[in-house]
Design a protein around this ligand. Structure first.
Ligand SMILES: NC(=O)c1ccc[n+]([C@@H]2O[C@H](COP(=O)([O-])OP(=O)(O)OC[C@H]3O[C@@H](n4cnc5c(N)ncnc54)[C@H](OP(=O)(O)O)[C@@H]3O)[C@@H](O)[C@H]2O)c1
Length: 306
């Protein structure tokens, strides 16, 4: 496993993180096994959110920590707040404080290393968020702050009031869902791919030392599920298969290597719940795709280039 020091922090993190969104329906033994595999493989970064499994994901992870208290010191734990499923977004002080306290309780820990605002709240008052973050930091409950699914201007608005840096922007990104890359490649073209839908978020994050954490890196869409072996993505699967053969890895490892090849030093969040899949996928760190292979994968997904 390779490591990087997250810019604006003293956190040395594994290049690949484990996302815990899908562990909610696993047994405690399966979760313990997954965490053990992750730690033994060098993964020290675990991503959560208050809403994953309605709190069950954090609860199971916390139960594993209770059984293995020695794990906590080896881990960097990130969680998120701000979504109330099916209802609305809420970045109010009252809601964020409640969420963090409940997450800490479920996770059986006194602090989270990083707290992210999960998805933009139209009624966000950045001054109120700043006050909330101050309180959480001073109480020692949160060490660093970041966002997820935020545009550059939304981050700038927060930064105007925050005392602490925004260190992460967690964003959907994969070979198939590459909106933030498409517009830059097709600048000034008439086609839909040229539309800048996110305010240049990729370059903004790079310019501001905000680490991008790609999520759903092997998912096509909620409806289709993974693009790995999916008939709608035959050409892409053919190219992934050729590269998988060349590098002696699996197709998910190729999809993650595609993210790691980008010079933005992203930290992909891998969402598998299987120890075997995890071990296969992190082999993405062991090789580097060539420039042409990166473009071959991009273009295998029927993307236009000017
Ligand atoms: N910030 C946000 O808004 C947001 C949104 C969604 C997710 N996230 C975060 O991102 C993480 C990753 O998202 P995700 O779970 O959608 O990501 P993912 O890594 O793209 O997908 C994981 C899913 O793909 C399946 N899969 C199928 N074949 C696989 C193979 N050969 N190898 C590995 N996995 C295979 C996994 O099944 P198995 O379990 O059987 O391996 C699992 O169900 C989440 O856990 C969460 O932490 C953030």
């Amino acid at each position: 496993m390779e490591y990087l020091t997250l810019p604006q922090t003293d956190l040395k993190v594994s290049k690949i993180a484990l996302g815990c969104m899908r562990i909610a329906d696993k047994s405690i033994e399966e979760v313990e096994e997954l965490i053990k595999t992750a730690l033994e493989s060098g993964i020290n970064f675990f991503d959560h959110a208050d809403i994953y499994g309605g709190g069950k994901s954090e609860e199971l992870f916390g139960e594993a920590l209770k059984r293995h208290p020695e794990y906590r010191k080896q881990m960097i734990i990130q969680t998120k707040c701000g979504i109330i499923p099916g209802k609305r977004y809420d970045f109010s002080k009252e809601h964020i404080l409640k969420c963090v306290n409940e997450s800490l309780e479920r996770l059986h820990t006194d602090y989270v290393d990083i707290l992210l605002l999960h998805r933009p709240d139209a009624l966000c008052d950045p001054q109120e968020v700043a006050e909330t973050f101050n309180e959480l930091y001073e109480a020692g409950k949160v060490h660093y702050f970041g966002v997820s699914n935020h545009t550059p201007l939304q981050i700038e608005l927060l930064k105007k009031y925050l005392k602490y840096p925004i260190i992460i922007n967690q964003l959907q990104l994969s070979i198939v869902h590459s909106v933030m890359i498409d517009s830059g490649l097709n600048m000034n073209m008439k086609e839909a791919f040229a539309q800048d839908k996110d305010g240049g978020v990729l370059d903004y994050c790079r310019l501001n030392d905000i680490t991008i954490q790609p999520w759903s890196s092997i998912q096509a869409s909620w409806a289709e599920g993974t693009f790995i072996d999916h008939p709608n993505y035959q050409k892409l699967n053919d190219v992934m298969q050729q590269l998988a053969h060349k590098y002696q890895v699996t197709k998910p490892a190729i999809a993650i290597a595609w993210l790691l090849r980008h010079p933005a030093h992203m930290q992909p969040i891998v969402g598998t719940t299987s120890s075997q899949h995890l071990k296969e996928t992190i082999k993405a760190c062991d090789f580097t795709l060539t420039r042409q292979e990166w473009y071959d994968l991009y273009l295998a997904n029927e993307k236009p280039l000017p």
